[in-house]
Design a protein around this ligand. Structure first.
Ligand SMILES: Cc1ncc(COP(=O)(O)OP(=O)(O)O)c(N)n1
Ligand SMILES: Cc1ncsc1CCOP(=O)(O)O
Ligand SMILES: [Mg+2]
Length: 343
């Protein structure tokens, strides 16, 4: 092969790579766009995807298409088993963000050999996709939060993961890891294992009190009480896309949580409870007030179990948070199923 024809050969191969990856990026963007448009009904996000998709389209050159050789492409028949197994919406969104990012990275690298400007534009767009991904994750977390009617707050338990898994297998979608006693190293290890478990079941996972542990284990958010770090500090640490919940016991605390923009609030204790000794019950009066005034989803908490859940619902709660009702139930899966059914 002469040196010139060898250069042509490399160039044609690069064109082929660019052709495939420009198509891949556009396809991924179209998939994200459809969810923004028809799922989230977010005209702004949908317009962002469309503009990105059209920009990628404008990078495509006739010589890239001419280099296409599908019949000899050994990759067309390969498909990873995971591609056939995207079990939930979030998996589809994450997979397609990753697909676009990967394609842009390939365009960035091979584009350097063909045209520096193409490479720079692909790089800039890759950062825009990270922002889009984080916006989609945030929307996804909030919509999953809205769907979660039952909230398990854990207590220390010798078979903690087993109990939580039993509850998840009954359909639980929201878990908070609460342990005031353990050393940090153990707490972090447990938090990481719970985070992984919840992710496997498509459930949201939050950490009680500790923003640092929430960040370290990749939790979906944190639950803050009145004595914990201020909400804006938690948001600064965790970023805008994580869930931050706040405990409230009175109209004043609820007003503050509203003003701070809490993603959800705990309302209670509805009944006095040994899980929170020394904390007076806020009762049904405050529950009724929260029903009128809360600007976000609220979870009634404190002394709630299958025997009184119906009364709490009748008093205005449509979401419940429990500790002992599941953690100390003889059959946590059955208890979870029963509570879920009442909601
Ligand atoms: C859902 C939910 N609501 C309230 C609380 C209580 O939080 P806090 O007042 O910070 O008390 P501790 O749980 O830290 O003892 C909660 N954890 N979850
Ligand atoms: C953490 C917390 N915050 C208000 S009440 C409560 C504990 C609820 O525990 P239980 O469901 O066992 O009564
Ligand atoms: Mg707390």
């Amino acid at each position: 092969m002469s040196s010139e024809s060898s250069m042509d050969w490399v160039e044609t191969r690069c064109h082929r790579i660019l052709d495939a990856n420009l198509d891949r990026a556009r396809e991924g963007l179209r998939i994200l766009e459809e969810w923004c448009r028809f799922g989230l009904e977010r005209a702004d996000l949908s317009a962002t995807c469309k503009a990105l998709r059209q920009e990628v389209g404008s990078w495509h050159r006739p010589e890239f298409r001419q280099a296409r050789d599908t019949t000899h492409d050994p990759g067309t028949s390969l498909s990873h088993p995971q591609e056939r197994q995207r079990t939930d919406l979030n998996a589809v969104l994450l997979a397609n963000c990753a697909r676009v990012q990967e394609a842009l990275r390939v365009i960035e690298e091979y584009g350097k050999l063909i045209e520096g400007d193409l490479s720079d534009r692909a790089k800039a767009m890759r950062y825009q996709i990270y922002v889009l991904e984080s916006q989609l994750q945030s929307r996804d977390r909030l919509s999953r939060l809205r769907q979660a009617r039952l909230y398990l707050v854990t207590s220390p338990h010798p078979r903690l993961l087993e109990v939580v898994e039993a509850a998840l297998s009954a359909g639980l979608k929201l878990v908070q890891y609460r342990d005031k006693q353990q050393e940090d190293a153990t707490r972090l290890e447990t938090a990481c294992r719970l985070a992984e478990l919840c992710q496997r079941y498509g459930a949201l996972f939050l950490v009680n009190d500790r923003v640092d542990l929430a960040l370290a284990c990749g939790a979906d958010g944190v639950h803050l009480g009145q004595q914990d770090v201020p909400m804006d500090v938690a948001r600064r640490i965790l970023g805008p896309d994580r869930i931050v919940g706040r405990s409230t016991t009175s109209p004043e605390e609820l007003a503050r949580a509203n003003a701070e923009g809490a993603d959800y609030v705990g309302v209670g204790p509805i009944f006095a409870t040994p899980t929170k000794p020394g904390k007076a019950a806020a009762g049904f009066d405050y529950l009724g007030y929260a029903r009128q005034q809360a600007q976000q989803p609220f979870y009634a908490i404190g002394g709630i179990d299958v025997s009184n859940a119906a009364a709490v619902v009748a008093a205005g709660a449509d979401r419940l948070a429990v500790v002992r009702a599941i953690m100390e139930a003889p059959d946590p899966k059955a208890a979870t199923a029963e509570l879920l059914q009442m909601l």
